[in-house]
Design a protein around this ligand. Structure first.
Ligand code: NAD
Length: 474
């Protein structure tokens, strides 16, 4: 299968553009295709189409919306192989991971489609003769901006959430990894959403967001990406009085308690850290390990991590693909050099692979100083930082001592430890004894610099609605 021709989708019509820039395959550094840039007229046309479609889509029966969305999910699943191969080409992840991403997108659409039928309001008791009810209403047109790491699964949350709630949407997909967003929009268009309910644009991100967000017809902004861009877009949305859902970065702690099995946790950690080459906002990064199991854990983690084969995503022997772009490669090199200069010990990895493409091995650093930059910034790559602790309260305080609060992980069989961790760790999701921190049926998102708003679960859909209180004196 060859890489698809990337197009914009404006009001249900697929089109290209005279301005196009290259799309690079990170496994080889070679060009994979071309990205069409939307013009200002395209953006305005997409907005007009979304406004027009909202009039019918918001009034379509939830059960009918569900039927169309379930059809889109089925279409996506049927196209798994082609979609996955295109994602491998522009994003770099392994074919296995790309297939999982399609499956994740499918599951998210299924959940949101069904949950759209359950956007309940409520009756609020009042004095005799006065009936009070609270109803939920879609905000209207959503402007969505999604990143390159999960080019299909990330936009799915926004498109499926918005549509299930009765909103329409303009999606700016990731310019470096556009095939996933295009496949998603194609599935919805082919499933029969009204023309203009889902629009797809690409281009220079800042130009698109600065153009769309101030428009009065855009009623909600949703963004997944870095903290600086999230703060910028949140401020822009606030200036124009638009609510925003911001899913930003993380630097997830993993607390390994004294009762955990070093071997078991090390194996799970290597697999979790290798996922998407560590370019995941919930990637486990700072490992705080009780001193009683520290040495065996570091040894086992190093051994397991060095077993992770790195190579092109379409090579069946690869467990981890290249980094998605040269920026990440340079960033990881700089984080590793900085940590080593502050006394960190390289357990495994620590040096880019000498071959074309953005290859960096899974890297475990031990005895990492608290002031190493990677301990407080988001490395967003295959880098695990391990340090010992003696007292759980101290480990929790150190885990919380960053500006991020997205996901956290812990390993313990002690109910007392688990309760303390659940109470005291600052995060939007805590996974105890496993590494899955986001599922379609539960809310996901962060606090502090990791952003606000939730995706998934009941809360995810509610975020695309506002409440109206209707009181009726009889
Ligand atoms: P970046 O912040 O410039 O870009 C991240 C994403 O934001 C890109 O997809 C880009 O299209 C979009 N973007 C950038 N500026 C924008 C704007 N003005 N308006 C709208 N969209 C805009 O940086 P990057 O080099 O691509 O990634 C660097 C960092 O971003 C990573 O280190 C990581 O911390 C973070 N990141 C987080 C996630 C996540 O899932 N939370 C995803 C990707 C990147």
């Amino acid at each position: 299968m060859s890489y698809p021709e990337i197009k914009l989708c404006i009001g249900g019509v697929w089109k290209t553009s005279t301005k196009r820039t290259p799309i690079i395959n990170p496994s080889s550094g070679e060009s994979a295709g071309e990205l069409p840039h939307a013009t200002t007229a395209d953006l305005d046309a997409a907005l007009d189409a979304a406004v027009a479609a909202e009039k019918t889509w918001s009034r379509t029966a939830p059960a009918e919306r569900e039927t169309i969305m379930l059809r889109a999910a089925a279409i996506l699943k049927d196209r798994t192989e082609d979609i996955a191969r295109a994602v491998v080409t522009d994003q770099g992840k392994t074919l296995f991971e790309a297939r999982v991403e399609v499956s994740t997108a499918h599951d998210r659409i299924m959940w949101d489609a069904a949950e759209g039928r359950r956007l309940y309001g409520r009756i609020v008791p009042s004095r005799p003769g006065l009936r009070q009810m609270v109803t939920r209403h879609p905000f209207g047109v959503v402007a969505a901006f999604t990143p390159w790491n999960y080019p299909l699964a990330s936009p799915t949350r926004k498109v499926a959430g918005a549509l299930a709630a009765g909103c329409t949407i303009i999606l700016k997909g990731a310019e470096e990894t556009p095939s996933g967003a295009m496949a998603l929009v194609q599935a919805f268009v082919d499933a029969g959403v009204p023309a203009g309910a889902v629009n797809l644009v690409f281009g220079t991100p800042s130009e698109i967001s600065e153009h769309l967000i101030p428009k009065p017809d855009v009623r909600l902004v949703t963004f997944t990406g870095s903290v600086p861009v999230g703060k910028h877009l949140g401020a822009l949305a606030g200036k124009h009085m638009k609510p925003a859902i911001l899913e930003l970065g993380g630097n997830s702690p993993v607390i390994v308690c004294e009762d955990a099995s070093a071997d078991h946790v090390a194996q799970a950690s290597a697999i979790a850290k290798a996922r998407n080459s560590g370019q995941v906002c919930v990637s486990p990064t700072r490992f705080f390990v009780h001193e009683a199991v520290y040495d065996p854990f570091v040894r086992a983690f190093g051994a397991r991590a060095s077993d992770i084969r790195v190579g092109p995503g379409d090579d069946p022997d690869s467990i981890m693909g290249p980094l998605a772009n040269a920026r990440r490669l340079e960033a990881i090199e700089s984080y590793v050099a900085d940590a080593i200069s502050r006394g960190a010990r390289v357990v495994t990895g620590g040096k880019r692979l000498d071959r074309p493409g953005n290859y960096y091995p899974l890297t475990v650093l031990a005895d990492v100083a608290p002031d190493a930059r990677a301990m407080t910034e988001e490395p967003f790559g295959p880098l695990a930082l391990v340090t010992p602790y003696r007292d759980l309260d101290d480990a929790i305080a150190r885990a919380n001592n960053v500006d991020f609060a997205l996901s956290a992980y812990a390993f313990t069989d002690s109910a007392r430890n688990a309760a303390k961790l659940a109470d005291d760790l600052e995060c939007g999701a805590l996974a105890i004894n496993h590494f899955v921190s986001t599922v379609p049926e539960a809310p996901f998102g962060g606090t502090k610099d990791s952003g606000y708003g939730r995706e998934g679960g009941t809360e995810g859909l509610e975020g695309y609605t506002y409440t109206k209180t209707v009181s009726h004196l009889t």
